[in-house]
Unconditional design. Structure first.
Length: 302
């Protein structure tokens, strides 16, 4: 029998109810993923580079779409330095809309790319530093990157207009009821033969420390029935849809995408981990499946 802490449930119900008010009163509260920090940006570019290289993606003249950039314009910036014609970041909240100092924030990308911390990205995308510096100089204060918002389902992008869609720690935040509609719309905007690369964080977001560490019972979120989980977390930035790696691969296939690259990062569970504490939906999964904390995929639209 699964047991819950009444105190924990009560506190989370209250926090979820108050979340919209807190966000309104303190819109800058908390960190959002990379938050534009140069070290995490370099790490993310390296992470994205492996499936990009495996799928032989060309950035020359490409139209790139980033899903969920948060407060980090640098991934889009790196795409245009690699030769993309334009890069667009779309999020449910407009953290980067109308940013007046965007060019100043993007300029240090040249230092990141030439530092050796993003060599795999440079190799995979064909970024040559001399050409990247020339492109940056030609952009001046107007880099061909833009950012906008959407309702979480219908992207403000024409049909078959994107060559590449990328995201880091975004898809896990799509509400579970919207996952299929969101993937259907991504299929709509991607051109035939186009590629998607996604890094998906499967961990309970209350038990994570950066990209490579977890704390405590990082599968705690899988213990709650869906209605109770929604009641506790649906309004909060830590809310995730709880899909596991195999479930993601299934929904990608159902949406029509072909998986051409798959990488799983494992966070070992304690020897005494008891899967019977999880909801029935996940109890049947192998331990090796439950230990997957990150899923990186490279997908192609036929």
């Amino acid at each position: 029998m699964i047991r819950y802490s009444p105190r924990s449930i009560g506190l989370n119900l209250v926090k979820n109810a108050l979340a919209p008010v807190v966000v309104t009163l303190r819109p800058g509260r908390g960190a959002l993923g990379m938050d534009g920090a140069h070290g995490p940006v370099a790490n993310t570019l390296e992470w994205l580079a492996h499936p990009i290289e495996e799928l032989d993606v060309s950035f020359a003249g490409a139209q790139v779409l980033e899903l969920g950039p948060g407060r980090t314009p640098q991934v889009c910036g790196a795409a245009v330095l690699a030769g993309a014609a334009a890069a667009t970041g779309i999020d449910v909240v407009g953290y980067l809309d109308g940013e007046s100092d965007r060019a100043a924030r993007l300029a240090p990308l040249l230092d990141i790319l030439s530092s050796g911390r993003a060599d795999t990205w440079c190799r995979a995308t064909g970024t040559e530093m001399g050409e990247a510096r020339r492109r940056a100089a030609s952009f001046g204060a107007r880099w061909p990157v833009s950012f906008s918002t959407f309702d979480g389902q219908v992207l403000p992008i024409p049909d078959t207009s994107a060559d590449l869609v990328i995201s880091k720690s975004a898809l896990e935040h799509v509400p579970w009821r919207q996952v299929e509609p969101q993937l259907a719309d991504l299929y709509r905007v991607l051109r035939p033969g186009g590629v998607m690369v996604h890094i998906i964080d499967l961990r309970d977001h209350f038990h994570m420390k950066g990209d490579h560490d977890v704390t405590g019972d990082w599968l705690e979120g899988l213990r709650y029935p869906q209605k109770l989980y929604d009641a506790m977390f649906s309004n909060r930035s830590t809310n995730i849809n709880r899909l596991r790696a195999s479930e993601w691969l299934d929904v990608f296939a159902d949406a029509g995408f072909e998986t051409e690259y798959e990488e799983r990062k494992v966070f070992p569970l304690p020897d005494d981990f008891d899967p019977s504490r999880l909801q029935a939906r996940w109890q049947w999964l192998d331990r090796s499946e439950l230990e997957v904390g990150y899923l990186t995929v490279g997908l192609r639209k036929p």
